[in-house]
Design a protein around this ligand. Structure first.
Ligand code: URA
Length: 211
């Protein structure tokens, strides 16, 4: 199936690490380390089109016009709590990025997203924002987080996840057609509890060892 709003990062290292993460016997420590490693690889792709400008610099031997990132610092926003795992990997690549957190939980009955925390950098206008959440399942949390963030008029918004469902991608495309998704894989479907199948279980529990 093709998803025009989504780039599946097609790389042997990403595929291999994702398989290790899916395995039920993978320990919390390994899961955490793998999520950081994979997130760095996803960030590499998600940041491919960042704008550059030339700056005159001095090397030990000569002056040259060398490319540097143009514009304001990036803003990474983690959807709590599992988004923190992706954030940690991405920050290795862009350590000077500003960071925000959005707390949303899924109402177990309706699967709707309910906000309980919102703290993002004050100046979001015109900045490039990347929203991180490992599992794009129903997409309800992502849709709600993006709605909230867009009130601050960011320059661009991308979404980085580890796994996406076809349902989540369709939901995101319907509500935020301008937001491109970068993911390691698109799985088959959601189950009746809103979990991705085959998936990897509850990403928060696996990341923090809470189950
Ligand atoms: N959240 C998770 O952690 N896992 C899923 O499969 C769906 C939502």
């Amino acid at each position: 199936m093709q998803f025009p709003n989504c780039t599946v990062v097609d790389h042997p290292l990403v595929k291999h690490k994702l398989t290790l993460m899916r395995r039920v016997e993978t320990s919390t420590a390994s899961f955490r380390a793998l999520l950081q490693e994979i997130s760095l690889l996803l960030a590499y792709e998600a940041f491919r089109d960042l704008k550059l400008r030339d700056e005159e610099i001095q090397t030990p031997l000569a002056t040259m016009n060398a490319p540097v990132l143009d514009g304001k610092k990036l803003v990474l926003v983690a959807i709590m709590r599992a988004g923190q795992g992706i954030l940690d990997g991405m920050l290795q690549l862009v350590p000077s990025a500003r960071v925000g957190h959005i707390g949303l939980y899924r109402d177990p009955e309706t699967l709707a997203a309910v906000e309980y925390y919102y703290r993002v950098p004050a100046q979001l206008a015109d900045r490039d924002v990347v929203v991180c959440d490992p599992m794009l399942a129903t997409g309800n949390s992502a849709v709600a987080a993006l709605q909230r963030l867009k009130k601050s008029k960011p320059g661009s918004v991308r979404f980085v996840c580890l796994l996406a469902s076809p349902e989540g991608l369709a939901n995101l495309r319907e509500h935020h057609p301008d937001v491109h998704v970068y993911t390691a894989a698109v799985d088959e479907r959601l189950n009746e509890h809103g979990y991705i199948i085959p998936g990897l279980g509850d990403a928060g529990d696996r990341l923090f060892g809470t189950k």
